[in-house]
Design a protein around this ligand. Structure first.
Ligand code: ZN
Length: 314
């Protein structure tokens, strides 16, 4: 994403692409890209200190804004789905969560955990460190280490800033696809430039803001409806590896993550597999890749688990 958007072929320093300029103006109207637009809009990338990977997050709101937006989803999902108060689930999850967040160097942050009282085999994390586990997922595991494997994976999504990345990708995708809307934004911008008085200009800009706010809302809603965003393959692999890194650092047995994926693979051979593995790659492949990764990292002793070692073509 970063490379693909680093510069459009027609855009050079001496010949700025008017489309790109309009896109930036449009993003400024949107508000989401004000910082990004100033630093180059779609070109904006950041290196994640946890993963060492350059990622495209320039179109996402700030982490605080994302967390605030996700708060609504968190409340909604807790209202719509019965939550468990059984300490055999809630205390267990909280203890494992606290241990993993310490291993991930994030114990100074606030974490929220909820156990949903359904037999769904799923778990998710929302921006703002909110981790949801369904009872069915916890029942499916054999031991604390396997719950820690899922917890580590979810914390990996946070550390990897995957929600911001996904949000950016979605907005960029929408902008690329919704050519008509971009044009509308562009037209609005152009019209405003023709304003004869400051009042007219302000009016024009305000109406442009309102119109683009609708789009922003629509995009935001799409994001929220997803609750747990569908992550890409690289993000899933990254979370898997970060997850076992945190397991190792918190004294859990990382190989239990492999056992868990094997078990999920066996389960998905049936009519309906656990929801947790609904995204690619296949559980068998994840188990294999994790096993190879853990073995390689453990051989490195104290130097292990420092790199994620994800193949370029992942
Ligand atoms: Zn995931």
């Amino acid at each position: 994403m970063c490379n693909a958007h680093s510069q459009t072929p027609t855009e050079t320093a001496s010949h700025p692409d008017p489309q790109a300029l309009y896109r930036r103006k449009f993003l400024q109207y949107l508000g989401v890209g004000s910082v990004a637009a100033a630093s180059g809009g779609l070109t904006s990338c950041a290196t994640n200190p946890e993963t060492g990977r350059r990622q495209f997050v320039g179109l996402a709101p700030s982490d605080a804004q994302l967390a605030q937006a996700a708060a609504q989803s968190w409340t909604a999902v807790k209202q719509q789905t019965p939550t468990s108060n059984d300490p055999r689930y809630t205390s267990r999850l909280k203890n494992i969560g606290n241990r993993i967040s310490r291993g991930a160097g994030r114990s100074n942050q606030r974490w929220d955990y909820a156990v949903f009282d359904t037999d769904t085999k799923n778990a998710f994390v929302l921006p703002g460190n909110r981790v949801g586990f369904y009872k069915g997922m916890m029942d499916f595991t054999d031991n604390d280490d396997q719950i820690a494997a899922i917890m580590g994976h979810e914390v990996g999504h946070v550390a990897g800033r995957h929600a911001a990345e996904r949000y950016s990708q979605q907005v960029a995708g929408q902008l690329a696809v919704a050519g008509g809307t971009i044009l509308a934004g562009t037209q609005l911008g152009k019209n405003c430039d023709k304003s004869r008085t400051r009042a007219e200009y302000n009016n024009c800009v305000n109406s442009a803001r309102r119109n683009t706010a609708y789009l922003q809302q629509a995009l935001g809603l799409g994001f929220m409806l997803g609750v747990a965003l569908p992550y890409g393959r690289r993000q899933e692999l990254e979370s898997d590896r970060l997850g076992v890194r945190y397991m190792a650092k918190s004294g859990y047995d990382p190989y239990q993550a492999v056992r868990l994926w094997e078990k999920m693979g066996a389960e998905s051979g049936g009519s309906r597999g656990p929801e947790f593995l609904s995204t690619h790659p296949t559980p068998e492949r994840r188990a294999r890749e994790l096993s190879d990764y853990i073995t390689a990292q453990e051989k490195l002793g104290s130097r292990g688990y420092r790199s994620l070692d994800i193949p370029e073509d992942a």
